[in-house]
Design a protein around this ligand. Structure first.
Ligand code: MCN
Ligand code: FES
Ligand code: FES
Length: 907
């Protein structure tokens, strides 16, 4: 043990601790200063930044013994507090710097250290500082953060008043479409927002800390599990295995289609007979401390008989491959697409045919907050599970039978989440903490380290695609043939639905009269496929958007004009035969055209023998909703103090469910003149809020938004008097009029049939991406210098939120194009190893242009937005690389060595 006398946030503080303890743990666990977050835990993200004796310090990798006696330490708590914000914190709020907000304290502390040393930095210096100090953000694309630092510097230098920087309500009091900062922003920028791990530190003393015993092979039979030695380890309470699970011990994959050959009950909570992938949980050690739990987990002996591991779809499809789930073929679902006349005669007659193979891989989500959750039995005897779930009611029904708990005895609550990007559309640890709480009768807490986050949560499912396009010599598309294979890992969860996305989105955006194709879902032993922002559209549209460029080249046409000629117009239908709800693509292309021409001229002018520059275009389309008649509910209640509470389960990944709920409700309640501060939000607890559906498929603004409006309208109708004024709460009670209403909404949409034909989405979102890149000839390294996005997501509920969605999604698209991967379990298990994009990989120059076509079926005219920016920006980058240097990359990511090989092959 060691003792240190510190000056912590300006006050003396004595600390006695184990000398091997990290500074982060001392601050968080001993001193309860949970504003300092731990993301990667290995020095790669900066979430844990503090300032020690004036120096920016990553506290997760700083042993406490290295902190000198008398050291002066500043944490986020000392920089500014709610109601007493530092200019950096204010600027962070005003610029939308805190989406999930998990990185915000670390960034703000980092920016403080920069401004202390360099009061007037340039944008380049700010970006270099964040790069050098490895400050990682997965949500914002960095631009808003640099904007915030620049404005904070102005305030600190007296060039801008804080009051001028702060958001001001417009004169009419309307917040819809404005930059109103989201309700949770202040807590996020001050470090007072408690995420799962922060709540974990504040759990009662009898809470058991959990550690998992996990598979380190990808496919095996389990012969025995011996927990005897582990049970003897210090501090161990119990070791839970499949034998302790009271229910089916399976998480259901909720098979969507009857033609699926599996039954959905394929994912064990705790492995019993087999291991299906690396990381699968085999046992849970419950102990007094995390350290003791982890030490004991090492002592659990698992005897395995290894089986051949099929690490990609082609391997699992080989004739001699054994069934991963005995009784279910590895190819367990087929989805066809058939639109219009047969393609063969169309292709036979066509003037031009192009064909290519494409691959989009296992992109890892890489939220800065690793997976975390806890569970306990409440005083009604119900099992309560807190996690990062973005599908609370969905997950409840997916895990209850496996746990052996009746659905009405299970409560699911979402903690503030530090980003999910879709991985939490799948249950991860919910059933594990549930099993442990039931088995021990104690509160239990589990936090993954970053290795577990990377290796044992779902990933984007790779698509292997072959696509052919037929066109007349005028460039008009005549037909398309497509074949796609989806590597979905070992678990069926929504794999069939994902495969349908190939039918819906290969070729999306264009009128293609004749289409034939087939896709298949394949079970493999690599990371299980879970939703990832864009959900199948980044794979599908990558193929058709790169092939459109190949077609343009063969026709001798400009890629933008080929798209203009073929994009949806009146009378056209989507690949699945649906009439688009709005026809804004021609207008969007018209807006981009002059910018595109200028960009091409600039690229030609600035290209040199050493650095080639080019411009690429792509078109992105995605549906806002779950397929077919997607539905949602929200409660709206008038309170005794005449404020109004909105209850819903619009789960928040970090995208801004709080702002969406507030903005939509405020606009709906405007006839009553309600102020934003009079609207309260009760969200994401299944015991008090209704089923609003999962926050996936960019559905929530539309679906939950419509349900909120419906509830507000019911309440207002009940409150409205004959003279058009509104009753107060007391008047409502006096007249016996109910004060709480359920708003409901169901989308006017239909499921696709076995040929992929239907009207699955009531609202779509449309984007046109332009990428300007520089390729270094000597190394093959690509730098994206600018991204432009023209988007139609309907009217905007909150401009700050939507801008943030766009910047962040584009940044993930650049990562997908150039660096991100999770193919190599070892190499790709860290942020750096998996190609996480830091500041310098994302351009500071990003331009967003909105075409706000109001949607008939959208709340106040809004469509969805969250996934649009990741539908297809990567194809624009790849098309720009070709335009720059003539190398066509069709299999992502376009690592420098791949581009270099292409350059050499050309020579
Ligand atoms: N919005 C708006 N105006 C519109 C449409 C939406 O202001 N016309 C706002 C909404 O109020 C909401 C946000 O934009 O705050 C996204 O809305 P929507 O498109 O309806 O999507 P969901 O709320 O259902 O969020 C899910 C979506 C998905 S599917 C993924 S994955 C995703 C995403 O949003 N993951 C994210 N955005 C993310 N952003 C962050 N920071 N972190 C994630 O993990
Ligand atoms: Fe410390 Fe990532 S650098 S948590
Ligand atoms: Fe930066 Fe979410 S706001 S990681």
């Amino acid at each position: 043990m060691i003792k240190r006398s510190l000056v912590l946030n300006g006050k003396p503080q004595t600390v006695v601790t184990d000398q091997e303890e990290t500074l982060a743990n001392v601050l968080r666990k001993q001193l309860k200063l949970t504003g300092t977050k731990v993301g990667c835990g290995e020095g790669q993200c900066g979430a844990c930044n503090v300032i020690v004796n004036g120096k920016l310090t990553r506290s997760c990798v700083t042993k406490f013994k290295r902190v000198a006696d008398g050291a002066e330490i500043w944490t986020i708590e000392g920089i500014g507090q709610p109601g007493n914000l530092h200019p950096l914190q204010l600027a962070w709020m005003v610029h939308g710097g805190a989406q999930c907000g998990f990185c915000s304290p670390g960034f703000i502390v980092s920016a403080k250290a920069l401004l202390d040393a360099t009061p007037n930095p340039t944008r380049t210096e700010v970006r270099e500082w964040f790069q050098k100090n490895r400050n990682a953000c997965r949500c914002t694309g960095y631009k808003p953060l640099v904007d915030a630092v620049m404005d904070a510097a102005k305030v600190l230098n007296g060039k801008l008043k804080a009051s001028d920087l702060a958001f001001k309500l417009p004169a009419d009091g309307r917040i819809w479409g404005t930059n109103f900062p989201r309700p949770t922003a202040e807590a996020k920028v001050t470090g007072t927002c408690d995420y799962g791990a922060d709540l974990g530190v504040k759990m009662p003393e009898n809470t058991l800390q959990l550690a998992l015993v996990q598979a380190t092979v990808s496919h095996a039979k389990i012969k025995s599990i011996d927990t005897s030695e582990a049970l003897k380890m210090p501090g161990v309470h119990s070791v839970v295995t499949h034998k302790d699970v009271k229910g089916k011990n399976r998480i259901t994959g909720l098979i969507t289609f009857p033609t699926n050959k599996g039954d959905g009950w394929d994912r064990p909570i705790l492995c019993d007979e087999k291991v299906f992938q690396y990381g699968d949980a085999i046992a849970i050690v419950c102990a007094d401390t995390e350290k003791n739990a982890k030490a004991a987990a090492e002592k659990v002996k698992v005897e395995l008989e290894e089986l051949p591991a099929y690490m990609s779809a082609p391997a699992a499809m080989a004739d001699d491959a054994i069934e991963i789930h005995p009784g279910t073929p590895n190819i367990y679902f087929i989805q066809k697409i058939a639109k219009g006349e047969e393609t063969k005669p169309v292709f036979d007659k066509a003037d031009v045919v192009v064909e290519d193979d494409f691959y989009v891989g296992r992109q890892p989500h890489m939220p800065i907050e690793p997976d975390v959750g806890f569970a306990y039995l409440n005083d009604e005897g119900k099992l309560v599970i807190h996690s990062k779930s973005i599908g609370l009611h969905l997950h409840l029904y997916m895990i209850a039978p496996g746990l052996g708990v009746e659905a009405d005895k299970l409560v699911m609550i979402q903690n503030p989440a530090g980003g999910t990007f879709g991985y939490k559309f799948s249950p991860t640890m919910e059933a594990l903490v549930g099993v442990a709480a039931l088995a021990t009768g104690r509160p239990v807490f589990l936090c993954y380290d970053y290795h577990q986050q990377q290796t044992y949560t779902g990933k984007r499912s790779p698509f292997f695609m072959n696509v052919r396009l037929a066109a007349g010599k005028d460039g008009k598309l005549l037909g398309m043939e497509s074949d796609w294979t989806v590597d979905h890992g070992p678990y069926s969860e929504f794999g069939d639905l994902l495969t349908l996305r190939g039918a819906q989105f290969i070729g999306a955006g264009y009128s293609i009269p004749s289409i034939r194709g087939e896709g298949r879902t394949v079970c493999t032993n690599h990371a299980w496929g879970s939703a990832f922002r864009g959900y199948g559209s980044p794979q599908s549209e990558f193929a058709s958007e790169v092939l459109m460029d190949e077609l343009a080249e063969k026709l001798g046409m400009d890629p933008l004009e080929l798209r203009y000629l073929n994009c949806y117009r009146k009378g056209d239908t989507t690949p699945n035969g649906q009439e688009p709800e709005v026809l804004s693509l021609p207008e969007m292309i018209d807006i981009l055209r002059p910018k595109y021409q200028a960009a091409k001229a600039k690229a030609a002018k600035n290209s040199t023998a050493e650095v080639k520059r080019g411009v690429g275009i792509s078109l992105g389309v995605y549906g806002a909703g779950l397929d077919g008649p997607d539905a949602s509910e929200a409660y709206v209640e008038l309170n005794p103090d005449n404020t109004i509470t909105i209850f819903n389960t619009w789960e928040d990944h970090g995208q801004g469910a709080d702002m969406g709920s507030l903005g939509t409700a405020h606009e709906a309640l405007r006839p009553m003149g309600v102020k934003p501060e009079q609207i309260k939000l009760v969200m994401n607890d299944t015991s008090v809020a209704p089923n609003s559906g999962p926050a996936g498929g960019s559905r929530s603004q539309v679906m939950v938004g419509k349900a909120i409006i419906a509830g507000c309208e019911l309440l207002m109708a009940a409150m409205r008097k004959a003279d058009k004024t509104y009753r107060t709460y007391d008047e409502m009670v006096a007249e016996n009029i109910p004060t709480k209403y359920t708003g409901q909404w169901t989308a006017p949409a239909t499921h696709c049939d076995t040929n992929g034909v239907g009207n699955p989405f009531s609202c779509y979102m449309y984007g046109l991406f332009m990428s300007e890149v520089a390729v270094e000839v000597a190394t093959g390294k690509t730098t994206v210098e600018k991204m432009t996005l023209v988007a139609d997501v309907g009217t905007l509920c909150n401009k700050l939120v939507v801008d943030g969605q766009m910047y962040g999604g584009i940044a993930q698209g650049i990562g997908l194009a150039l660096s991100e991967d999770f193919e190599d379990i070892k190499k790709h298990s860290t942020l750096v190893g998996a190609g996480f994009p830091y500041t310098q990989q994302i351009p500071d120059d990003m331009e967003l242009i909105y075409v706000e076509t109001p949607r008939e079926h959208g709340p106040h005219g809004a469509s969805g937005t969250g996934e649009l920016p990741l539908t297809c920006p990567h194809a624009a980058v790849i098309n720009a690389i070709y335009n720059a240097c003539g190398v066509r990359i069709t299999k992502l990511p376009a690592l420098p060595e791949k581009v270099l090989a292409g350059l050499k092959a050309k020579q």
